[in-house]
Design a protein around this ligand. Structure first.
Ligand code: BES
Ligand code: MN
Ligand code: ZN
Length: 498
């Protein structure tokens, strides 16, 4: 488990700056103004800060960007990071500045001279999120990282009102730990994160007060989840559904439901994928990973809402027992599905979990997340997740939450016209709709398992769950996309006032 750096807020103590070890971050406003702490740093470094503020290099920096002055004279610190930021940044700029600080932190202790800057909570969240590094499987630790090479480091914000800042940032560690949880799960290789290991990891959420139930294959069989079980039947790892209940809201209040696709590895099954890039399918449990991260964040911050998270954990393997193209399975709902392509397995997993969620929990609303289609990457690339919904109100609320958190999300259409692509000659439907509108037909497939009265959002996160390049607040690899937006949606819409 990757730990988040520790977070602390302290009073302004100018005399302690010179001896601070590790890194020191200081802010200069775009107009070149130095605050009280920056003036002290300037004096200690014999005017270096002022000279930097007058340089072309500083002029070139955009708001929220930073430069390192290494081994600064007059300071015990090994680096002085100068961040260009107004005293009253908007949330986005503050987050960006925090990201610059976290990116450079690399497990060290960082003293952030925040003075009376606004939005310290956004600075702190940005810094914590970007301080992530997935080191579980590196035998040699990074030489440049903190003392023991594996320490998560620490962030101390020296500011004029530390109690206020600490209160404003009260939820920041919970959010960062939720996002780190998602990233660790999504980054984990599939020989490590089997369905069983995944379920065991989720069970640990009960220590935080969540109720965790694991439904094993015999139970899933009894429930009639043949669509889900068909996907996993070629794997040595048993299929499971894990239910995480967080009941922080009113007794008897209907919960909000989150459903995640948890294909721990997707070979495509008998409709085998080509070798090139197949290793990327370790992230095909990304939807389940986000559900896990949100549930962890809610539990850690003791959210005043009832939320149930359900994940379908399976592995899609080719084998003597594996499902064949042409097989017909009966879903828990009772609808029959002709499996034309065993690689369109996500919808087969989700349809049963979605149905089970509604039958068991009668949710006030439901969001499913899945790395569902390559087609969504063709449509939206890696900037936006595809958003599909049967409820404008809920959908707008989600899009607003995603915008506020800087998580790209773009609404896509649904429509009965697409249903004809799913017609099967011998069953109620087939599991693929051909090349045109591949992400939409996948969403139309899921919609058949959503009751008309359930406000529902489907998020196709195939393009955003894991990146080959650095993300907005993550290094290469898993992003944790969606944890912040869903947390905010729940806080804004379903949480009873504190
Ligand atoms: N897990 C994949 C989708 C995917 C592709 C996720 C790329 C992340 C990156 C999904 O199970 C899949 O294989 N979808 C097929 C569907 C097709 C057979 C209808 C696809 O997109 O090609
Ligand atoms: Mn697939
Ligand atoms: Zn898949």
């Amino acid at each position: 488990m990757t730990e988040t750096p520790s977070l602390a807020f302290t009073e302004i103590d100018l005399d302690s700056i010179a001896s601070a070890e590790g890194r020191v971050a200081v802010f200069i406003s775009p107009s070149g103004k130095l605050d009280q702490t920056a003036r002290r740093v300037n004096r200690l470094t014999r005017g270096a800060l002022e000279r930097f503020a007058e340089s072309k290099a500083f002029a070139k920096l955009r708001e929220g960007e930073a430069r390192d002055l290494a081994w600064p004279t007059g300071l015990a610190a090994e680096a002085l990071q100068v961040v260009k930021l107004d005293r009253r940044p908007d949330g986005e700029e503050a987050r960006k500045a925090g990201i610059a600080i976290g990116r450079a932190a690399r497990g060290k202790s960082v003293l952030v001279l925040a003075g009376n800057i606004r939005g310290i909570e956004d600075l702190a969240l940005g810094a914590l999120l970007r301080a992530y590094d997935f080191t579980d499987h590196r035998s040699k630790k990074d030489d440049d990282a903190g003392d023991d090479g594996a320490s998560p480091g620490s962030l101390t914000f020296m500011c004029s009102k530390p109690e206020e800042a600490e209160a404003a940032a009260a939820d920041v560690p919970a959010l960062a730990q939720g996002v780190f949880f998602t990233r660790d799960l999504v980054n984990a290789p599939s020989n490590v994160l089997t369905t069983t290991a995944f379920a065991d990891t989720l069970k640990a959420l009960s220590k935080l007060g969540a109720k965790v139930t694991v439904l094993e294959e015999d139970k899933l069989e009894k429930l009639g989840m043949r669509a889900l079980l068909g996907v996993g039947q070629g794997s040595e790892s048993p299929s499971k559904v894990v239910v995480i209940e967080w009941n922080g809201g009113g007794k008897g209040e209907r919960p909000f439901a989150l459903v995640g696709k948890g294909v721990v590895f997707d070979t495509g099954g008998i409709s085998l994928k080509p070798a090139g890039g197949m290793e990327d399918m370790t992230m095909d449990m990304g939807g389940a990973g986000v559900v896990a991260g949100v549930m962890k964040a809610l539990a850690l911050r003791k959210a005043k809402a009832n939320v149930v998270g359900l994940v379908g954990l399976v592995e899609n393997m080719p084998d003597g027992r594996a499902q064949r193209p042409g097989d017909v399975v009966t879903s828990m709902k009772g609808d029959t599905i002709e499996v034309i392509n065993t690689d369109a397995e996500g919808r087969l997993v989700l349809c049963d979990v979605i149905w089970y969620a509604q039958e068991t929990y009668d949710p006030v609303g439901m969001v499913d997340l899945a790395t569902l289609t390559g087609a969504i990457i063709i449509g939206l690339g890696h900037e936006n997740a595809g958003v599909f919904s049967n409820d404008d109100n809920l959908c707008e609320a989600f899009l607003a939450a995603a915008r506020a958190e800087g998580e790209g999300a773009w609404r896509m259409p649904l429509g009965d016209g697409y249903d004809k692509q799913l017609k099967s000659r011998i069953a109620d439907m087939k599991n693929v709709g051909g090349r045109p509108a591949g992400s939409i037909t996948a969403a139309q497939f899921l919609k058949r398992f959503v009751k008309d009265e359930t406000p529902w959002i489907h998020l196709d996160i195939a393009g955003v769950a894991s990146l080959k390049t650095e993300g907005p607040h993550a290094p290469k690899g898993a992003t944790g996309w969606g944890v912040l937006a869903l947390n905010r949606l729940i806080a804004d819409r379903f949480e009873t006032g504190s």
